[in-house]
Design a protein around this ligand. Sequence first.
Ligand SMILES: Cc1cc2nc3c(=O)[nH]c(=O)nc-3n(C[C@H](O)[C@H](O)[C@H](O)COP(=O)(O)OP(=O)(O)OC[C@H]3O[C@@H](n4cnc5c(N)ncnc54)[C@H](O)[C@@H]3O)c2cc1C
Ligand code: SF4
Length: 492
Amino acid sequence: MADPRGFLRTRDRELPARRPVPVRLMDWREVYEAREKGTLSVVSRQAGRCMDCGIPFCHQGCPLGNLIPEWNDLVYRDDWQQASERLHATNNFPEFTGRACPAPCESSCVLGINQPPVTIKNVEVSIIDRAFEEGWVQPIAPTRQTGRSVAVVGSGPAGLAAAQQLTRAGHTVVVLERDDRLGGLLRYGIPEFKLEKRHVDRRLQQMRDEGTRFRTGVDVGGTGEGALSVEELRTRFDAVVLATGASVPRELAVPGRDARGIHSAMEYLTQANRLVEGDALSAPISAAGRDVVIIGGGDTGADCLGTALRQGARSVTTLAIGTQPPSERDATQPWPTHPVLFEVSTAHEEGGQRSYLASTTGFEVDADGAVTGLHVARTGFEGGRRVPTPGTDTILPADLVLIAMGFTGAREEGLMADLGVAMTPRGTVEHGESWETSVPGVFTAGDCARGQSLIVWAIAEGRSCAAAVDEHLMGGTSLPAPVSPGEKPVTV
Ligand SMILES: Cc1cc2nc3c(=O)[nH]c(=O)nc-3n(C[C@H](O)[C@H](O)[C@H](O)COP(=O)(O)OP(=O)(O)OC[C@H]3O[C@@H](n4cnc5c(N)ncnc54)[C@H](O)[C@@H]3O)c2cc1C
Ligand code: SF4
């Protein structure tokens, strides 16, 4: 145990300072101050609050089963290199989760029953940042080659985790990515101010050095330039992992939806991220000087908010169809579950209005076909369903509308249809206990298998799927499998 009296000595959470809002709105860099080495003593103090519980519920809270008390103890004892080893034992990419994970581990921290929980996520990111700085993160090349080949389709966190595990197990792994850059939603979904892309590039370099091969601009099952047919895919590789994400956006079928100035969140965020990458000098969809309305109060909506504010929007309003969540756990969301609470993300700190119980029933469109506003009614509840209350419509002016209502599942046409893999009624790729789809030798992981989820689940599924592929190819495996297909977070 790190410090037997640590949780008595330090009763509060201590987190790194965020840069002042007016300053950070002027650039795209991460919102936190650069972590100075001197601040690591604060991290050690927080790690020292860990009680090394007999049953560490944080292990259950984290889908990767991160060995949280072990690395807390090592950090407290100033053995950061060992802490990095223990962290990498369960997590391929702690620099992504340590920045962008909603940290269900902290919701299930036992200290959280009567004190603020340990700042687990910040300890995690501090370990990995230090490990990279000190040069402790080195390629782990396989000690033998199996002569078997695997195609991983999709380079998001699920595909990358599967690829790294399989390369290290000695297979020849090629990651095929449709986009021009690697990383999936880490690259073109999550904005730079939450996850700077240099972290993605740094990890990709390690993977290249280990032997993973990457091909961008390859649309597997597509028809245009750079397309690779499923026949070639099957003949060239001994096994295939589908990690293509859940990219079909949930639509809002109301009058006026086709007007100019209404976009899906991913259309908007992708081109904003491309701009930061230096692909263009100005954003094709810019919020500069505009009244922006974001439909959808979740994390993607918050990413649109932070982006629109940095682009210089005149106003930004976020509409949520449901009620405002409570600020603290209530009886319906007891410890150790991950509660849905009223969240003030870094983007919310920066500006914008939030409106709850707001149902969009249509758009106002001018004679040129451009959106000028939204019809918004108060949400009512009928038989458990959320419906607009008649007679409560008001008009909210807007000249840019972003639809951030989530995703309904994986794209079926093209790759999935050509391969002939069965889909579930939820629009995800059907798979059994061994992560294998209905087509032998074709496996799946991440959002396309699970539905829209989180980076931590994508990595956990990628790791588990890799173990199943290794077993399929070799008749046995020593790779870890932290989750089983369809496993759910801790619930009551
Ligand atoms: C805007 C946004 C913000 C988010 N923020 C967070 C966050 O802060 N924290 C968090 O934990 N989660 C967040 N998420 C969720 C998280 O990003 C996803 O759960 C995760 O990226 C899923 O990983 P994946 O590997 O399954 O798929 P993806 O990351 O979606 O990657 C799939 C890849 O497959 C490629 N592909 C698809 N079809 C083909 C094909 N036919 N041929 C070749 N390549 C193909 C795609 O181009 C893509 O690169 C966010 C999601 C969005 C949309
Ligand atoms: S990956 Fe997420 S849940 Fe797991 S330890 Fe890190 S922050 Fe917590």
